[in-house]
Design a protein around this ligand. Sequence first.
Ligand code: ADP
Length: 167
Amino acid sequence: MEIILGDITKLKVDAIVNAANTSLLGGSGVDGAIHRAAGSELVDECRSLAGCKVGDAKLTKGYRLPARFIIHTVGPVWRGGSHGEQELLAQCYRKCMQIAADKEFDTLAFPCISTGIYRYPKDIAAKLAVKICSEQLQKNGRPQRVIFCCYDQENYEIYEKILPEYT
Ligand code: ADP
């Protein structure tokens, strides 16, 4: 597991994860950036998927991205922490890791799911992300590289503190 500070749409990996919304038809934040960079063929494939539930994940091709595939997952909106947010966010990470293992991907990059417009506290989200990915790695032994792609300095510093506890 490693951390990068930067734009997930630039990463040449087997798959990047998109923090999508339930429509899967594009939105703001990282979702908008991924759709812009992948091109309009992505939304055509997404339309055929008929949306995605919170906590679930669906795979598409990466189209014009350097990444070969995109795993779209829908994180929970933070509503104080007592509305099942932890379990739903855990499910997002677990499902993405499971798809990557099933498809035999070597490299997978995550954005900080739910920590933008969905307002999930960054430190709580990061601890959960690293814990679940670590559990999945122990279970499946892959993907070989899991990258936490932080777009802002604050998230990057949070992950820098947490990651050494797991490696
Ligand atoms: P959500 O609705 O799940 O909160 P957002 O896209 O608003 O999704 O934010 C999720 C995280 O993605 C935030 O930490 C935000 O800073 C980050 N982000 C935004 N653009 C990019 C990008 N191009 N690459 C990586 N991370 C990004």
